[in-house]
Each structure stands twice: as structure tokens, then as C-alpha cells.
Design a protein around this ligand. Structure first.
Ligand code: ACO
Length: 377
């Protein structure tokens, strides 16, 4: 077989056609099913965004109401899922590990076909798994979902057990709609690759959860918050940043495979945070955030003049989720609460026009060996 051109990290390789989202990395634009992300984030509920991805168009009022009811009616977890989550909490596993376990057990009693019905079920149960596990980890009882609340409000309610603040709901809704889909990012690629073997939707989403967990993907916002809190205490972003870069460490929340510009989602989340912080005490933290970003962009440009290392979505994800009051350990899982809509939509798309995803590799190992009997080695 002839040598193949190796594209490490599949950089610039297109392996699927999609109608779900399009990124222009040079212009810094993201379009989700035809809508600029800014427009979707400003107007859509999470449920409307999921409908848009599944159906390729906005729902009518009646369709949206029926879609919301279908999602709300499926939020409850079966007893085996609660048992696993309680055991996991006793072991103190991470929230993402618990989510992976919970999704796997949530298959009991359900058919596993790649279908819209199963996709809706997954969208419904992911927030419940995250919230129930979080409650168990805190030594508390899980809070049963409420059908009268929207998807976003219900997630906040299940975390705290209290009626959620409308401003926090709106801010979180902005987050959930902003990050719902983003081309063939690592976790979406994993989900599509799994479904491409004609495997099931729950396996695909479980695999995607594993991929999202890593710090180069959805695991970045926790470390971003750590950095910002440390700098907020010292008051000296420049010292912190130059120390990190001198040690050849990466600044979390900066750089992106596709964007050569500031990630447009960062701007959406920055505006949402600003709306929440305008007249409360967190504004001083927000000042640190802004100063950090300015210095980081300057230092990164000097550090890697040949790369456009700009602010990515995870930087303001950390800031917004922290401002809403979501605990740091839930950041990546909250990303999954949104992205499960994109993962399942991609799986449906892959399933509808399937070809197994099976790239090639270039062999660089030994050749022309002859066998040496074990007694002579
Ligand atoms: N800080 C410092 N240096 C960086 C950063 C950063 N944040 N990002 C990239 N670089 C440097 C790399 O060290 C590398 O230098 P080298 O050529 O001397 O080895 C060069 O820039 C290119 O980096 P790659 O990893 O090859 O770029 P790639 O496009 O593959 O990676 C990625 C993109 C993973 C996002 C990277 O920029 C990164 O690690 N950022 C920090 C983690 C982060 O914020 N992740 C969240 C991404 S958004 C999301 O997944 C939703």
C-alpha cells in the first residue's frame, strides 16, 4: 500500500458533510443551522436549539410546546441509575466519570436504536444524572426534576433544590445555546465515529463524554478559573502569565484549532457575564478577568508570533458559570448538558447517510524482520 500523507490530529481534514454548524475560523464566525451564534444565543431557549438541530428549522409554538413536554416527561432516572450514582459518590469519582457511568446504566429498559426518540431521552437525562450525582457527592438527597420548569431552569433547580433566579436561568440558557454545537470538534467526531460502525446512540454519547473530559477540550474551564482566582489574589497577571509561558505551559482558555481570531462564543459569554455582574461585588473579579485577557493576548503573541493564540470559549465559560454560581467541578459536565444536543444531532445525521469512519495510518515501524526463536533472544 502506498504511503499516505499524515495529517496529525486530522488537522484540516473534512470527514463528514453537516447541516448543523459551520465555523469560519479566519473571520471568527460560527453559524448554527443557519443562524449566527449571537442571534441564537440572544433569542433561543435550549429546547428550541435542540429542535432546530434535530429538525433543521425552528419549531412553531405548538411544536415547541410538545417538544418541551416530551423532554420534560423523560427527566426522571430509574432506580439502577440512582444506585450507581450513590455508589460512585461513595467512591468520590469525578462528575464526568459519574456521568459516563450514569449514561451507561440509563440504557436499562430502553431500546438503543439511533433515533430521535432516544436522542431526546439522552438530552433529558444528562442534566438529571449530573445534578443527582452532585447532590449525592455533597451528602444530600437528589432533587426530583420538575416538569413545569424549562430545561435550563430545571437543571439549576435540581442542583440547588431552590427556585432558580430568572437572571441566572437566562445566563445559563445563553451558555447552553451558545455551545450546543461546534463542527467536528473532538467529542463530536468520537460520537460520529462510534455511530458510523452502526453502534448505538448511548455508546456514542458515552464515548463523547470521555473525549470532552480532557483538558485540551471541555476540561479547560476548571483550570481557567483556578488561574483567574490565583491572579485575582495576587493582582499581578503579567507575573503569572510570563512564569507559565517561560515554563512552556499552556494558558488554558487560549488557542483553538480552527479560530485564528477570538472565538465568537467568548464574546457572547463575556456579554452575558457582564449583564450579570454590572452592579454586584463580582465586578472586581470581572476586572481581573479583563486585565488577564489583555495581558495574556499580548504575551501569547510575543511567545508564539507564528500562531494566532486568541481567547477561546472556555475562558468565558469559566467566568460565566462561576458568576452564575455553578461549582467549578461541574463546569465540564455542564458543557455536556448542552453538547449532548449537538452530539445526538450529529449521530442522527451520520446514521442517515452512513459510511464507516475508518481513516488510515502511515506505518513507520520495523520491516523485514525474521523470527528469532525464544531460546536465542
Ligand atoms: N498557551 C500556550 N501555548 C499554546 C497554547 C496556549 N493556550 N495553545 C497552543 N500553544 C502553542 C503550543 O505549545 C504549540 O507550540 P509549539 O509549536 O512550539 O509546540 C503551538 O502553540 C501549537 O499548538 P497545538 O497544540 O499544535 O495547536 P492545536 O491547534 O493542535 O491545539 C488547543 C488547539 C488544543 C485548543 C490548544 O490551543 C490548547 O492546548 N489550548 C489550551 C487548552 C484549552 O484552552 N482548551 C479548550 C479549547 S476550546 C474547546 O475545546 C471547547
Amino acid at each position: 500500500m502506498s504511503l499516505q500523507e499524515v495529517r496529525p490530529g486530522l488537522e484540516g481534514v473534512a470527514v463528514a458533510e453537516t447541516r448543523l454548524s459551520n465555523i469560519d475560523g479566519d473571520a471568527g464566525e460560527l453559524v448554527i443551522a443557519g443562524f449566527p451564534v449571537e442571534e441564537l444565543a440572544a433569542n433561543a431557549t435550549y429546547e428550541e436549539s435542540v429542535f432546530l438541530l434535530f429538525e433543521g428549522r425552528l419549531p412553531t409554538e405548538t411544536e415547541l410546546s410538545s417538544f418541551q413536554s416530551t423532554l420534560a416527561a423523560q427527566r426522571t432516572l430509574s432506580d439502577p441509575v440512582h444506585t450507581v450514582l450513590k455508589d460512585a459518590a461513595n467512591e468520590g469519582v469525578t462528575v464526568m466519570d459519574a456521568l459516563r457511568m450514569g449514561i451507561a446504566v440509563a440504557t436499562i429498559g430502553h431500546d438503543l436504536t439511533v433515533s430521535k426518540a432516544q436522542a431526546k431521552r439522552l438530552v433529558s437525562v444528562v442534566p438529571t444524572i449530573v445534578a443527582a450525582y452532585w447532590r449525592y457527592r455533597m451528602g444530600k438527597a437528589a432533587v426530583a426534576p420538575r416538569e413545569d420548569l424549562g430545561h435550563t431552569a430545571n437543571y439549576l433547580y435540581m442542583l440547588s433544590g431552590e427556585e432558580p433566579d430568572p437572571a441566572a436561568v437566562r445566563a445559563l440558557e445563553t451558555y447552553l445555546t451558545t455551545v450546543i454545537d461546534h463542527g467536528l470538534n473532538a467529542s463530536t467526531f468520537v460520537a460520529r465515529a462510534i455511530v458510523s460502525t452502526e453502534s448505538d446512540l448511548f455508546s456514542a454519547v458515552t464515548g463523547a463524554v470521555g473525549s470532552l473530559t480532557g483538558p485540551l477540550h471541555g476540561g479547560a474551564p476548571g483550570p481557567v478559573l483556578d488561574m483567574l482566582q490565583q491572579v485575582h489574589e495576587t493582582g499581578d497577571p503579567a507575573a503569572f502569565i510570563s512564569e507559565r509561558l517561560a515554563a512552556d505551559e499552556r494558558l488554558m482558555g487560549f488557542g483553538h484549532r480552527v479560530y485564528q481570531t477570538r472565538d465568537p462564543r467568548a464574546a457572547v459569554l463575556e456579554r452575558a457575564t457582564r449583564r450579570l455582574t454590572s452592579d454586584d461585588d463580582d465586578s472586581t473579579f470581572f476586572n481581573t478577568v479583563e486585565r488577564f485577557e489583555d495581558v495574556a493576548l499580548r504575551e501569547l503573541a510575543e511567545h508564539k508570533p507564528d500562531r494566532a493564540l486568541k481567547t477561546n470559549v472556555e475562558f468565558y465559560t469559566a467566568v460565566l458559570l462561576h458568576t452564575i454560581g455553578i461549582p467549578r467541578v461541574l463546569f465540564t459536565a455542564t458543557f455536556a448538558v448542552s453538547r449532548v444536543g449537538g452530539w445526538t444531532a450529529h449521530c442522527l445525521e451520520q446514521h442517515d447517510a452512513n459510511k464507516i469512519i475508518r481513516p488510515a495510518s502511515q506505518y513507520v515501524g520495523a520491516t523485514d524482520r525474521t523470527w528469532t526463536p525464544i531460546s536465542e533472544r
